[in-house]
Design a protein around this ligand. Structure first.
Ligand SMILES: O=c1cc[nH]c(=O)[nH]1
Length: 215
């Protein structure tokens, strides 16, 4: 498991920008900070993938260069993941992408959160490295539901779960329910979920802060 806040890096400034209520009134800045975290976590994740060495030709000479063995497939859980996804696809810029509409029903508490699954548009994933972008890993239920739906498109080789902030309850839920090999790439692990299944201290509602409140 990789956690950005374990390290001294500029990524901590971007995470602070996402969390700090005095900076949250700027939607462009919020989305850009989410995108930056997507980019930085993608870079860290990229070190775990397999590469081939091949020879390229510069204007002056031949030289060896490393190339990804195969491009991962990026899956974004709508809608909060869109800016985070943009950061990931900025780095894996030739990847196939898929989109999932899975959201929790309003008014439910942590213990009774129900996931409404409404949309899947994803490529074949058989034998592929999957990058699943879920910026706020709260209960983990929409993530597990998303993976179950994705399995209609094949069985992946490996799943990289990328989140800006995760709750311990969500990480436990993945451990007991995912049933496939996975790696975690996280901005931070926070303290807990509150009674409405929001991450505490967290940052609030990532979808609303990026795009405005839902009606
Ligand atoms: O705290 C949370 C949990 C889920 N989704 C969010 O946007 N925030």
């Amino acid at each position: 498991m990789f956690v950005l806040t374990d390290q001294n890096s500029i990524a901590n400034h971007y995470l602070e920008g996402l969390r700090d209520i005095s900076q949250q009134n700027d939607r462009l800045k919020f989305r850009r900070n989410m995108e930056r975290l997507g980019e930085i976590l993608s870079y860290e994740l990229s070190k775990s993938l397999e590469y081939d060495t091949h020879t390229i030709t510069t204007p002056l000479a031949d030289t060896p260069s490393r190339k990804l063995k195969s491009s991962p497939v990026i899956i974004a859980i709508l809608r909060a993941a869109i800016p985070f996804y943009n950061g990931i696809v900025n780095y894996f810029d030739q990847a196939d992408s898929g989109f999932i509409g899975a959201f929790r029903k309003e008014g439910t508490t942590d213990s009774e959160v129900e996931i409404d699954f409404s949309y899947l548009a994803a490529p074949e994933i058989e034998g592929k490295e999957i990058i699943l972008a879920d910026p706020m890993l709260a209960t983990g239920k929409s993530l597990v539901t998303s993976v179950q739906q994705l399995l209609k498109n094949g069985t992946p080789k490996n799943i990289h779960i990328v989140a800006a902030i995760a709750a311990p309850e969500g990480l436990e839920h993945l451990k007991s329910h995912l049933g496939l090999p996975y790696q975690l790439w996280l901005g931070a692990i926070d303290e807990k979920l509150n009674e409405k299944a929001y991450i505490v201290p967290g940052l609030g509602d990532a979808g609303d802060l990026s795009f405005g409140p839902k009606h």
